[in-house]
Design a protein around this ligand. Structure first.
Ligand code: DC
Length: 219
């Protein structure tokens, strides 16, 4: 039997690392919906299509081809996997993903992923809009300070420059934008299991999720 697990939550809550590890552990597919929004935002911005330019947006969205491979995202056959992981694209994705026209254009691509077998999907509305009938849903969050600290350490470990206060204020700003937008705002999906990971290690969160899955999903 194939099944869908959803993990929603704000930026920096650890969704990506947990979802990847979970998918590996369960030997199922991992769907990073944020990467899709990032890729589309990058291409729209590069094409100089402004968020308020509905006609151009509609035309561009009908022409852009997005392809998801195991660990990469391709737009019109170009691998944009690393280009989408910058603070500039963080902001662009937050802006373009708030537009109903963009969300509608990307809904089908996300929904159809479950046709290829069981999946762990992570994002902001995967449990509420994309897969409302998912077998098990989680909402993973942490305090803005805990999330900023993790992002800061991640950047330092990668040898990149980092400023904790800047990261914290960007996180607060994105939370505000993602949860206050009119269309598909970040919210706790119905029946989702709530996890506050501020004082939990990644291993503890993973174990908690795996235990819940064992309880809920038939063997
Ligand atoms: O999870 P992330 O940081 O890669 O997401 C990038 C942006 O895309 C973020 O601003 C929220 C948005 N997003 C969304 O609106 N809906 C999703 N299902 C996933 C991401």
């Amino acid at each position: 039997m194939s099944y869908v697990i959803t993990i929603d939550g704000p930026a920096g809550a650890g969704k990506s690392s947990i979802s990847k590890r979970l998918a590996k552990e369960l030997k199922i597919k991992y769907l990073d919906t944020g990467a899709i929004y990032r890729a589309i935002a990058l291409i729209l911005a590069k094409s100089e299509i402004k968020p308020d330019d509905e006609n151009f947006l509609r035309e561009a969205l009908s022409e852009i081809k997005i392809e998801l491979r195991d660990n990469s995202v391709l737009v019109n056959d170009f691998d944009v996997s690393s280009e989408i992981r910058t603070p500039e694209v963080d902001n662009l994705a937050s802006i373009y993903s708030a537009l109903p026209i963009v969300r509608e254009a990307l809904l089908h691509l996300q929904k159809e992923q479950k046709n290829y077998g069981s999946v762990v999907a992570e994002g902001r509305d995967v449990g509420s809009v994309v897969f409302p009938d998912a077998e098990i849903k989680f909402f993973l969050t942490a305090s803005p300070q805990a999330r900023a600290k993790r992002r800061y350490l991640e950047r330092i470990e990668k040898g990149k420059e980092a400023d904790y206060d800047e990261i914290l204020s960007a996180i607060i700003q994105r939370d505000e934008h993602d949860s206050k937008r009119d269309f598909s705002p970040l919210k706790i999906p119905d029946n989702a299991i709530f996890i506050d990971s501020s004082d939990m290690t990644e291993d503890e969160v993973l174990k908690f999720i795996l235990d819940k899955i064992k309880e809920v999903l038939p063997k």
